[in-house]
Design a binder for this molecule. Structure first.
Ligand code: SF4
Length: 357
């Protein structure tokens, strides 16, 4: 095994590190040495010293779900008094508000609803696109798999029809930890690793971009985490379809998983993972810090751990906030935080392809 200094130096200059080296770095490397290497990689990939962010809105069109993930405080079973499917006019009003605030996109996700078929989603997307010039970043892999199942279609057919109706890109929700040992322990009914990856592959093959995510703090160890990163890096080698990687921390409030009393992810642990992600995922252009889960102050520090994007001001968010994350920021606050860390803030579009201001 190469020494830590040699691994870090070669990674900074663009040489890929192995999974064994990633485990070694996570366990042995000095936190600030990891940060320095990740920051040098970020500077090489983004020499403009810009930290980007997006103004968008997370619209949760339904909270009805049949997956019963132990880490989720958002879902309700069908028939529950708090179960809902948002009426179209409510979704339209939310989009109007988003556009009025300078937003460019919506991130629309919901539960895995047992009854909603492809025609519901087609009508929803086409109704939005007829009315609003907005990017639709919608429906995570578990939802796509569910649409295919209840509509008796293939995933590829689902994507083709949703694309025609107005789907622009897909969020990588439902990734959690891409290792079936962990997935079985925390969400036994949810799609397994290969299915999650297959849905992304199908999207990429239709030239639809997607994001990759990770949720840490659910009982996984460093080997699970690196296997997760390896699966993402392998698929990115194959398709090049991921726009960004976004790791966040499990929020325990009101969840079944909280009863297992798992140790909370510390700021140092999150920052270590953030830097390691930037170092390991050499084929990802963008790494985003999740200030929504770790807070604005840790999020700001994360900007020196290889991150080039601060995510969304998130006009509305219901899933993570149901589990206890209540951090908030508006446009000017986020810009001030970025500037104060020594960067230029720029609002971007969903696909990271251009700046809005
Ligand atoms: S995380 Fe998603 S799939 Fe799992 S229970 Fe919650 S809404 Fe359903």
């Amino acid at each position: 095994m190469r020494s830590i200094d040699i691994v870090l130096e070669s990674a900074a200059s663009g040489t890929r590190i192995s999974s064994d080296e990633a485990v070694y770095l996570f366990e042995q490397a000095d936190l600030l040495a990891l940060a320095d290497t990740a920051d040098r990689i970020r500077q090489r990939l983004h020499p403009d010293n810009v930290i980007s962010y997006i103004i968008d809105r997370n619209i949760n069109y339904t909270n009805v779900c049949r997956e019963f993930c132990t880490f989720c405080a958002f879902y309700r079973v069908k028939g529950d008094s708090e179960a809902y499917v948002l009426p179209d006019h409510v979704i339209y009003r939310k989009i109007e508000e988003t556009l009025a605030l300078g937003g460019t996109g919506i991130l629309m996700q919901g539960g895995v609803h047992p009854d909603l078929k492809i025609d519901y989603y087609e009508r929803l997307l086409s109704g939005i696109k007829e009315r609003f010039p907005i990017h639709c970043h919608c429906f995570s892999p578990p939802e796509i798999l569910n649409i295919a199942k209840v509509s008796k279609m293939t995933v590829q057919e689902v994507f083709k029809r949703l694309k025609v109706a107005g789907l622009d890109s897909m969020p990588g929700g439902g990734g959690e930890i891409l290792d079936d040992e962990i997935r079985t322990a925390i969400s036994p009914l949810k799609c397994k690793t290969d299915d999650w990856l297959m849905v992304h592959r199908e999207a990429h093959q239709l030239n639809m971009r997607t994001t990759a995510t990770m949720m840490i703090g659910v009982g996984e160890n460093i080997h699970h985490r690196i296997r997760h990163l390896q699966r993402l890096r392998d698929l990115q080698d194959e398709t090049g379809g991921f726009t960004a990687f976004i790791p966040w921390t499990f929020q325990p409030e009101n969840t079944e998983l909280a009863q297992r009393n798992l140790p909370e992810v510390t700021a140092a642990e999150y920052l270590r993972l953030l830097a390691l992600s930037r170092i390991y995922l050499d084929n990802f252009q963008n790494v985003q810090v999740s200030w929504l889960t770790v807070g604005l102050k840790v999020g700001q520090v994360g900007l020196r751990f290889g991150v080039n994007d601060m995510g969304s001001i998130m006009i509305e968010e219901n899933v993570i906030s149901a589990a206890g994350a209540r951090h908030r920021a508006n446009d000017s606050e986020l810009r001030r935080i970025i500037e104060d860390a020594g960067f230029h803030p720029r609002q971007r579009t969903t696909l990271y392809e251009r700046y809005v201001n």
